[in-house]
Design a protein around this ligand. Sequence first.
Ligand code: AMP
Length: 125
Amino acid sequence: MPIDPTLPYDDSNIFAKILRREIPCNAVYEDEHALAFHDIAPQAPVHILVIPKKAYVSWDDFSANGSAEEIAGFVRAVGHVAREQGLVVRGYRLLANVGRNGGQEVPHLHVHLFGGGPLGPMLTR
Ligand code: AMP
């Protein structure tokens, strides 16, 4: 069920639980700003989620309220993961769903990182 991104942060969401180590994840990278882990239901040969360590509901919340250091750290972490996973030469795709029209289901900002093969059209309607 897509979320309402105007609601306050709900720290019972599944990614908050992953950050608190209450539930496991298949992590590929972590630093002070970000945690990256494999999506539990991959939609491409490589499907990794990158999330900020701090509590932001969505890209909208983060871009409006994140500090310059947090935003720079997070963006650098996404790029680092793509390079570390060997995705740069053949290319990859980033996606951040926001709110109902975007189909965002987990109310903690996450960037999907897709790669490992041709990804097809950007949207299927
Ligand atoms: P979105 O629709 O953009 O909110 O995407 C949420 C993503 O989180 C989906 O691709 C799910 O497969 C993924 N997901 C949900 N729970 C977990 C989990 N425990 N570990 C890893 N990925 C998850």
